[in-house]
Design a protein around this ligand. Structure first.
Ligand code: GLN
Length: 447
């Protein structure tokens, strides 16, 4: 009840939750207590948590931040939710998010903008802004989140908390509302790398219901937390410290690198030459996949349906016009355009080729280093409303996070300092495929 009371007191200002169900949470807590009394408790039994409103959870509204799914009560659990339940974690509520995970500021939610607990005028980052804000404000110790182009790392950075996006395929996408399926990946947000590792132990795992889920032996992500860093080769990509990076953010990152050097890490200058192209490539591929994924919201199967219509086509049109917000419509239009006959080769195919070049850049870089370090975003959190009128400015702020998803690599953000306004700045750690334990080891040194 301590957390529920805190949510009740602070959420009206933060708007980090879409749904809270006190009675249900208390019932789950009672069940966890009973399990403990019966000697059936695991490490995390009874630990409270929050799910991003993108994970289907049986009996809970799963809106994905959209009016389209405002009336959708999920009849089943996502694989991630199943595993959290099996571990005995208790759900405190469902975190606010950008509609269908499209956004970098959490201003695109049907349920209103989320505020940054460090400064209520600032955005918390997106799209997992509700998860990050809830952890930062101590409304929950841990939360689930998803990252298609930075949505775990960027809000974690802006809210001064820790988040990890695993290698693509480590966490099952079953029951996770699809945005861009070849990029979407679930992961935890928590206060520390250690808590992230414990949560990843629960969330990861093979699931045959996701065709891209990887069949690998389970690993313990806490196993390397306390390894010494001596001899670790840390790559700094030139392109991440070029024009456009805020001076305060650069300083925080430089100080963090100096700290690792003190611990025996060896710094290597590397290059990721196609970094700039990650923005156009991502903003072709992600909308293309979104335009097909979102075609299922037709007013027939589930979700919103327009109240009045003439015929079937009119019903589709009115339903989608009413159910989707402006940013979602923009993505569907862009996605349909780049996939259409005559433009496919010029845009979609080209973007796929760039995607390959970006992945190759990382392969070359990881021949020289063990982890890559850099900023998560060009600036600390900006003000609410500052970029919401200019989608291109908003997209440009994703420059350091998108290529990790395009390559399918793991990436994380760990709190590293503050800018002059007192807004948190995260350090991004990018690992090679399945390098999560090593990244968590590096992150753990800051905590
Ligand atoms: N900001 C990016 C977008 O709007 C990334 C979002 C995400 O990772 N879900 O698509």
């Amino acid at each position: 009840t301590q957390y529920l009371d805190r949510i009740e007191a602070l959420n009206p200002q933060l708007n980090a939750f879409i749904t809270v169900d006190r009675a249900r949470t208390l019932a789950d807590a009672a069940a966890a207590d009973a399990a403990r009394a019966a000697g059936n408790a695991g490490l995390l039994t009874g630990v409270p948590m929050v799910h991003k409103d993108i994970f289907c959870q049986q009996g809970w509204k799963t809106s994905c931040g959209s009016k389209m799914l405002d009336n959708f009560i999920s009849p089943y659990n996502a694989h991630v939710v199943e595993q959290c339940n099996a571990a005995g974690l208790i759900t405190l509520g469902r975190a606010n998010m950008d509609e269908f995970a499209m956004g970098s500021s959490n201003e695109n939610s049907y349920y209103g903008a989320v505020k940054n607990p460090w400064d209520l005028n600032a955005i918390p980052g997106g799209s997992s802004g509700g998860s990050a804000a809830a952890v930062a404000a101590r409304l929950t110790p841990v939360a689930t989140a998803t990252d298609t182009g930075g949505s775990i790392r960027q809000p974690a950075s802006h809210c001064g908390v820790t988040g990890i996006k695993p290698t693509y395929g480590v966490v099952s996408r079953y029951g996770m509302v699809a945005y861009a399926s070849s990029l979407d990946q679930g992961g935890p947000i928590a206060q520390t790398a250690e808590d992230c590792a414990l949560m990843l132990n629960v969330m990861a795992g093979f699931d045959e219901r996701d065709s891209t889920s990887l069949e690998r032996a389970r690993e313990d992500y806490t196993r390397e937390l306390n390894q010494p860093l001596a001899g670790l080769r840390v790559g700094l990509p030139r392109e991440y410290f070029a024009d456009g990076l805020d001076g305060d953010v650069a300083k925080v990152i430089e100080d963090a690198v100096a700290e690792l050097k003190k611990q025996g890490a060896q710094v290597v200058d590397i290059s990721l030459p196609n970094t700039e192209l990650s923005i156009p490539a991502y903003y072709v591929i992600a909308p293309a996949e979104a335009s097909t994924n979102l075609s299922r919201y037709d007013g027939v199967r589930y979700g919103h349906r327009a109240a009045e219509y003439k015929d079937l086509v009119d019903m589709y049109e009115k339903t989608r016009a009413e159910g989707f917000g402006a940013e979602v419509k923009r993505r569907i239009l862009v996605g349909s355009y780049v996939l259409s006959h005559g433009y496919y080769d010029a845009y979609y195919l080209k973007a796929q080729k760039i995607r390959r070049l970006i992945a190759n850049d990382f392969t070359a870089a990881f021949a020289q280093c063990d982890v890559i370090l850099g900023p998560v975003a060009p600036t600390a959190a900006f003000n609410i409303g500052e970029k919401s009128g200019d989608p291109v400015q908003m997209y440009l702020s994703d420059i350091y996070t998108l290529s990790v998803n395009l390559a399918g690599l793991p990436g994380m953000s760990v709190p590293a300092g503050f800018d002059r306004q007192g807004r948190p700045v995260g350090l991004q750690i990018i690992g090679n495929y399945f390098g999560e334990a090593k990244m968590l080891n590096v992150a753990h040194q800051f905590q």
